[in-house]
Design a protein around this ligand. Structure first.
Ligand SMILES: [Zn+2]
Length: 280
């Protein structure tokens, strides 16, 4: 086991960012949703508004650290019109654009970001890497995620999850870790939690006043994934791993009495302070 009991230095702050909403059929994130008995007339399909949640951390030793980046700006070009007809993005650049959302925190500009940590490399979390092209900002993810993202994208075996726009070797300063738990900075620990993808991670922050906050990325998209153990259907790459990761995070949260932020769940997002308010 690791020895990650350090706390973020005094003065650390956490802002939760809303980088826009994807309006999706619930069956995309909840196994078994929108399945009806054969005898019923056509039923309305339940839909979910999924917030693209990111986090900005001011770390006194490092500066600004960004966790997840939302989508790219031009999703029609990147995701295609057909995908957006089924899952429209509700997005206003002046509010949900990554540079704009960072600026609205009052903590600085996107050019002040010293490092980016990605929960995983799906296009609604890593699309915003376009803002870091050609910079030397460190882009961190789990080794398994980087390998798997490039492989699935290069072979075409997955469509619409990983996108080649930001899976580039020469314009981003990629960094990976391969451990189960990795204390990347004092008080900031990354946990490998595979299942949704091979290299999904959760980030744990140990804040001086609030205590532990665990940001799960897409290990859990919505509350039923986390609370009831309903996996996210076809977005699950390994069911056994996913259930192990769920147990792992729930046990971590219980042990640390942590607050939890899920990948896209509005009710958990609003349970913590959202930018420009912050948590210390
Ligand atoms: Zn995902």
């Amino acid at each position: 086991m690791s020895h990650y009991s350090t706390t973020l230095p005094t003065g650390a702050k956490l802002w939760l960012l809303n980088l826009g909403i994807i309006d999706l059929d619930a069956a995309n994130v909840l196994a078994g949703a929108n399945q009806f008995p054969v005898g019923l007339p056509p039923q309305p399909h339940e839909r979910r508004d999924l917030i693209m949640i990111a986090a900005l951390v001011y770390h006194p030793d490092v500066g600004l650290v960004l966790f997840d980046t939302g989508s790219c700006e031009d999703v029609i070009k990147s995701w295609g019109a057909k995908a957006l007809e089924c899952g429209p993005r509700i997005w206003d650049k002046s509010v949900h654009g990554l540079p704009e959302a960072i600026k609205a925190t009052g903590a600085g500009n996107i050019t002040d970001v010293k490092a980016v940590v990605l929960s995983h490399l799906h296009s609604d979390h890593a699309g915003g890497l376009e803002h870091f092209f050609g910079t030397d900002v460190e882009i961190w993810c789990h080794e398994e995620e980087l390998k798997n993202a490039f492989w699935t994208c290069a072979t075409g075996m997955e469509q619409g999850t990983y996108v080649k726009d930001y899976l580039v070797v020469d314009r981003l300063n990629w960094k990976t870790f391969s451990e189960q738990t990795f204390e990347i900075y004092r008080g900031v620990t990354l946990h490998h939690c595979p299942g949704h993808t091979a290299g999904s991670i959760a980030m744990e922050l140990e804040l001086e006043q609030t205590g532990s906050v665990v940001i799960t990325g897409d290990v859990f998209h919505v509350k039923e994934n986390y609370e009831q153990g309903i996996h996210p259907g076809t977005l699950t790459r390994d069911f056994n791993d996913w259930h192990r990761s769920r147990t792992y995070i729930r046990s971590l949260v219980q042990r640390k009495k942590a607050k939890v932020v899920l990948g896209h769940e509005a009710s958990y997002f609003h349970a913590l302070k959202a930018s420009p308010e912050y948590t210390e």
